[in-house]
Write a protein that binds this ligand. Structure first.
Ligand SMILES: [Zn+2]
Ligand SMILES: [Zn+2]
Ligand SMILES: [Zn+2]
Length: 113
């Protein structure tokens, strides 16, 4: 990870979780070669563990010199009646979101969350 290529490290993004792409507004430019080109996604991988949690990781690299700018992590899981999303990335920032699976408010027992 490289703090010199981003304007702000780990900016707060609220509920905007990216599972692909990059937050180019926060990209200051490559300190390795001086260019500012749309970052390349590298070594993307998706893993799913036994709890059904999905983890997506990839790297943001400079397309000209392959300098590693940031490593991106995105997780998705179902927690009770909610789908929870989380993002951590030096470039894209940190965000979390949870969306109710049910369109209406549940009438049965709700777990304390
Ligand atoms: Zn850099
Ligand atoms: Zn570069
Ligand atoms: Zn990212």
């Amino acid at each position: 990870m490289c703090q010199f290529c981003v304007k702000e490290q780990h900016p707060q993004r609220g509920t905007i979780c990216l599972e692909s792409g990059s937050y180019l507004k926060n990209y200051a430019g490559c300190k390795g070669c001086g260019k500012r080109e749309p970052l390349k996604t590298f070594e993307m991988s998706t893993q799913e563990d036994n709890d059904g949690e999905e983890l997506v990781t990839y790297k943001h690299i400079c397309p000209s010199c392959e300098h590693l700018v940031a490593e991106h992590e995105y997780t998705f899981r179902v927690e009770g009646k909610y789908q929870e999303y989380m993002m951590t990335c030096l470039l894209c920032g940190t965000a979390a979101d949870s969306i109710s699976i049910l369109p209406e408010s549940p009438t049965e027992n709700t777990s304390t969350f």
